[in-house]
Write a protein that binds this ligand. Structure first.
Ligand SMILES: C[S@@+](CC[C@H](N)C(=O)[O-])C[C@H]1O[C@@H](n2cnc3c(N)ncnc32)[C@H](O)[C@@H]1O
Length: 228
């Protein structure tokens, strides 16, 4: 990861929210995502589900935080340090990234799990399991800035309809304002009231956030409460 501040800002052939967003989101909200789960996802989830059940059973003040697309897990560890009563679950599909977690154990927290997994499967399984996740973080998802790749963005994907069923609240951050605006509009189409604002802080929470800020780029943040 290059943190030296030479990250190029997003270039896209889109100048605003994608013209097909409404059509794509409505299609996904009205058709169940039926793609079979990969066996690896089912195994990963079975193990994780038991860990969550055991964790929550020990004390009624305990809760779950989900850190989706956690990369090397820096945000996962940060959230665990700030939420001692939570089990923070970081998930990323990149084996290379999730294996880098050793570097962050300096924080001396143990209330987190980082695992490799595909959120196209795991989000559906988590939504069905009704864990009652308190907060869901999705920090700097891959933007897929070409207009033709709308359906690769999370709000344009078939798994989007699971997102409101996972947690009480979601926080999404991106260095591409159109990504956050589209995500917000997709949530409005789904019947929710997201809020979008520029995001600033003294300290970056993830390596990508640090890299974008060092390059003079802004972050945009969406938050949305769901009826859980
Ligand atoms: C731009 S990186 C951001 C990583 C981290 N949140 C950060 O800010 O440093 C996006 C991450 O999303 C992960 N990702 C993309 N598609 C995924 C999927 N289907 N399931 C899980 N992780 C995924 C990638 O592996 C990558 O680590």
């Amino acid at each position: 990861m290059d943190n030296t501040g030479n990250s190029r800002s997003i270039t896209s052939n889109q100048t605003g929210v994608h013209e097909d967003l409404n059509k794509v989101v409505v299609k996904h909200l009205t058709h169940e995502f039926k793609k079979p789960y990969a066996p690896f996802s089912l195994e990963t989830f079975a193990q994780l589900n038991q860990q969550v059940i055991d964790f929550l059973a020990q004390d009624s003040s305990r809760y779950i935080i989900l850190d989706s697309c956690c990369g090397v897990g820096e945000s996962t560890v940060h959230l665990a340090a700030n939420h001692p009563n939570a089990l923070v679950i970081g998930i990323d599909k990149s084996e290379h990234r999730v294996e880098k977690i050793e570097h962050h154990l300096v924080h001396q927290v143990s209330n987190f799990i980082i695992l490799r997994g595909d959120l196209n499967d795991l989000w559906r399984l988590i939504a069905k399991a009704e864990w009652q996740v308190k907060e869901h973080f999705l920090l700097y998802p891959n933007p897929w800035p070409k207009a033709k790749h709308l359906q690769r963005r999370w709000h344009g994907s078939a798994v989007f309809s699971s997102i409101p069923c996972i947690a009480e609240q979601i926080t999404v951050r991106s260095n591409w304002s159109i990504y956050v605006d589209e995500f917000a509009e997709a949530l409005v189409i789904a019947g929710f009231e997201p809020q979008v604002a520029e995001y600033k802080s003294d300290e970056a929470m993830t390596p990508f956030e640090r890299k974008y800020w060092a390059s003079g780029q802004q972050s945009f943040q969406l938050t949305c409460r769901f009826n859980q």
